[in-house]
Design a protein around this ligand. Structure first.
Ligand code: GLN
Length: 533
């Protein structure tokens, strides 16, 4: 089968959940046995979101091959189990950089370099994945970030217009819009959708399928109206109502025939509707998991999206443990010795979150001390793990001034130190220790028990590391280094075996937790939280 290309754009407003729709469509096509990949094109100038503050862009997701990417890639992976790469996350910045580098090399032989055709050609090349050594793909789903009509997304729209012409039946355009409900008038309004489609048509793109985001159910008359005003078949107008969980979306899309509409447009026989047994089993578990368990997220970003993958990993592990994980953000900047008991009250366990810089770290250290001395299950991730290590040095090993070199360059007890290869780095973008690295687990440890194997691979995003000069002291005092990277002898996991569950990982297990394969460490952590009640 020839590769088919699906383009997903959004109109009216942002934050409609294009990423969830893209991931759901990917899931549905995959369930039909097709090979699928999903990629995101973001119209901003940054090369990647790696240097962006989470308040700008939410979590920075990391692929196995070490690319810092948009958080939508997390949805793609969690829904489909596909492992994305650096080729699945493209920004305007990367497009321009490629073109400008080429220009500096002299590759354009004296030509004037322009947005059309040079930038649009580069966008097209990447949309078609010309340079990628993909296995034969049946579908490439390309989600374009932002809202159509933005000045900055215009070159992407032009590339889609050209590709559509070039690919004919092998290209399908899906447009996501918003249908607001006006309470005072008691009416749903389709006008913004009509305008958005007109705008798209003005750019030469006729959408094949419309997905209408709505908070209220749209009846057939409403869908018919949209279909006739927008030149779209009635069965190609689907609605995306608010759902109790994002994981219900694929099923809702399947019920309305989103995947079937795509196949019909391309001219592929639709065939039987896949049963998606595993997915439905998960949804049943989710519906039945009503008993609540409270987990505290100790961090500094008061924004849901900043810890997206951690939140989803906890939710998923909760569901598989038959409970509903109620997550509470606890701002570490507000935690003091005096109020820590109060701040963590009612929590069955806490996650000490990743992060950068000084702000909020003392609160994380106080929280780690409290949970260590009160035997409350604790999961430290990256900076969170580093804070557990510092806390242990200060309060158990007796090094009151212990710190990370990141926070105090001159600390005499640098239990967390800068990695050797990071010392000479001056450029901040894309230069951390990024992506998947091997880790060997110590047999008999709790993490070994959780994974059920010695060799694992996990994804990283950090510059600082556990200082091995202190390893013996830690081990003697009861904090074990139970996960080691064999190539660099780097400590990847610490645990205190005498406690219920007190584990810190230098890596980010949250990046590889998926709906059908919740991560073993999150599973084990949730289990310990439940048992501690
Ligand atoms: N700031 C720490 C480091 O660079 C931890 C990074 C993180 O939590 N992702 O090592």
């Amino acid at each position: 089968m020839k590769t088919n290309y699906i383009f997903i754009t959004g109109g009216v407003v942002s934050s409609l959940g294009k990423g969830i729709i893209s991931a759901s469509l990917g899931k549905l096509l995959q369930a039909r046995g097709y090979k699928v990949t999903i990629q995101k094109f973001d119209p901003y100038i940054n090369i990647d979101p790696g240097t962006l503050n989470p308040y700008e862009h939410g979590e920075c997701y990391v692929t196995e091959d070490g690319m810092e990417t948009d958080l939508d890639l997390g949805h793609y992976e969690r829904f489909t189990g596909i492992r994305t790469t650096r080729h699945n996350s493209i920004t305007t910045g990367r497009i321009y950089k490629t073109v400008i580098d080429r220009e500096r090399r002299g590759d354009y032989l004296g030509k004037t370099i322009q947005v059309v055709p040079h930038i649009t050609d580069e966008i097209k090349r990447r949309m078609l994945r010309v340079d990628e050594k993909d296995e034969q793909l049946d579908f490439v789903i390309t989600e374009v970030g932002g809202t159509i009509g933005d000045i900055e997304s215009a070159p992407f729209m032009e590339a889609i217009r050209q590709l559509r012409w070039q690919l004919g039946h092998n290209a399908v355009c899906v447009h996501l819009t918003y249908v607001p409900y006006l309470k005072a008038a008691g009416e749903l309004k389709t006008k913004p959708t009509q305008h958005s489609v007109k705008e798209l048509q003005g750019m030469g793109i006729q959408p094949d399928i419309l997905v209408l985001r709505t908070e209220c159910h749209l009846d057939d008359a409403m869908r018919m109206k949209v279909a006739s005003f927008c030149n779209v078949d009635l069965e190609c107008v689907v609605q995306s109502e608010d759902m109790p969980s994002i994981y219900e979306v694929p099923v809702s899309m399947q019920r309305q025939g989103l995947d079937a509409a795509v196949l019909r447009k391309i001219g592929i026989p639709v065939g039987e509707t896949p049963t998606m047994t595993g997915w439905h089993a998960f949804l049943d578990k989710q519906r039945n998991a009503t008993k609540e368990i409270h987990i505290g997220l100790v961090g500094k970003y008061d924004l849901q999206d900043a810890y997206k993958s951690i939140r989803e990993s906890l939710n998923l592990a909760g569901i598989y443990n038959d409970v509903k994980a109620k997550l509470h953000f606890i701002n570490s900047e507000n935690i003091t010795h005096e109020n820590v008991a109060d701040q963590l009250k009612g929590m069955a366990g806490i996650v000490v979150c990743p992060g950068f810089g000084q702000r909020g770290i003392e609160g994380k250290i106080i929280a780690a001390e409290y949970t260590r001395t009160h035997d409350i299950p604790t999961f430290g991730i990256c900076l969170g793990m580093q804070m557990m290590v510092i806390e242990f040095a200060r309060n158990v090993l007796g090094y009151k001034d212990a710190n990370s070199r990141e926070m105090d360059a001159n600390t005499p007890h640098n239990v967390i130190d800068i990695m050797e290869e990071q010392k000479s780095i001056t450029q901040m973008g894309g230069t951390m220790r990024l992506g998947a690295y091997e880790c060997n687990l110590r047999e008999g440890s709790r993490v070994y028990e959780a994974y059920g194997q010695v060799h694992v691979q996990e994804r990283h995003r950090h510059r600082y590391e556990f200082n091995n000069n202190y390893q013996k002291e830690y081990e003697k005092a009861g904090m074990q280094c139970v996960g080691i990277n064999p190539a660099a002898n780097l400590v990847e996991i610490v645990e205190i075996p005498n406690l219920r569950w007190y584990i810190g990982t230098q890596f980010h297990p949250e990046y590889s937790s998926t709906v059908l394969r919740p991560h073993p460490l999150f599973m084990s952590f949730l289990k310990a939280c439940i048992e501690s009640l």
